[in-house]
Design a protein around this ligand. Structure first.
Ligand SMILES: [Zn+2]
Length: 234
């Protein structure tokens, strides 16, 4: 359940019997023909779908992430690492103050991994807490399904093209893009990166039938739910 559908008294009662919560982490950045919000939409939705039957509260997604390489694409918003980590620290301090002790951070964007490294450091300073950092799209079962459908799948491709990230009236090209040179990309400035990436898809089909993407989604939800369930350190 979404924590914004609870009031503070309900949270106070809730943590007495269940001290788990979920914090989704996303990004607002170019995703080729898809919504700029793909990473924030998917991380929040997979978290909400996973937590629903467990009645574990899900905080609103941390929408903005660390995405310096997409700065030349209009609409992309990039936090500096220190900003993103400062926000994560304040949010973790806040959920701890509310009585939560087990936190699953569901991340939708690879560039945010420094926040996951920080979370480990934060736990060392708050040893009554446990925090799991979960990259939902490359967790083992989800990734295996993705590779089965299309091993080229990458940023901005079909694996992020779901009914809730598509834009009305925007058609995805009916082709399979060769993988961009990721090694070259890593040493480029934002303008060079934009020239290399072109429309924004890193490689793979732009779209697959909903039967396939929704099967991937079902696995991603299950895999995320299992992490909320446990095991958690005692
Ligand atoms: Zn993405």
């Amino acid at each position: 359940m979404r924590i914004v559908d609870m009031n503070w008294m309900q949270v106070e009662e809730h943590v007495k019997t269940d001290d788990r919560c979920v914090i989704p982490v996303g990004s607002v950045e170019q995703h080729a023909y898809l919504s700029l919000g793909v990473d924030m939409i998917l991380s929040e939705r997979v978290a909400v779908d996973a937590a629903e039957p467990l009645r574990v509260p899900v905080f609103p997604v941390l929408s903005y992430g660390i995405t310096p390489y997409f700065k030349a694409f209009p609409g992309t918003v990039c936090l500096r690492q220190e900003t993103a980590i400062a926000v994560a620290r304040d949010v973790l301090d806040s959920v701890r103050r509310a009585g939560f002790r087990k936190v699953l951070m569901v991340n939708g964007h690879g560039g945010n991994n420094p926040i996951g490294a920080f979370a480990q450091e934060w736990v060392s300073e708050n040893p009554d807490m446990a925090v799991k950092w979960h990259n939902w799209w490359n967790a083992p079962r989800t990734l295996a399904k993705v590779k089965e459908i299309d091993p080229l799948a990458s940023h901005g491709s079909w694996m992020e093209n779901l009914p809730w990230t598509r834009l009305p009236g925007v058609a995805a090209p009916d082709l399979r893009k060769p993988l961009v040179d990721l090694e070259a990309l890593r040493v480029m400035n934002p303008e060079q990166a934009r020239r290399l990436i072109g429309d924004g898809n890193f490689g793979g089909y732009y779209e697959r039938p909903d039967t396939e993407v929704l099967e991937m989604w079902r696995i991603a939800v299950e895999e995320t739910r299992a992490l909320i369930q446990g095991p958690w350190p005692q």
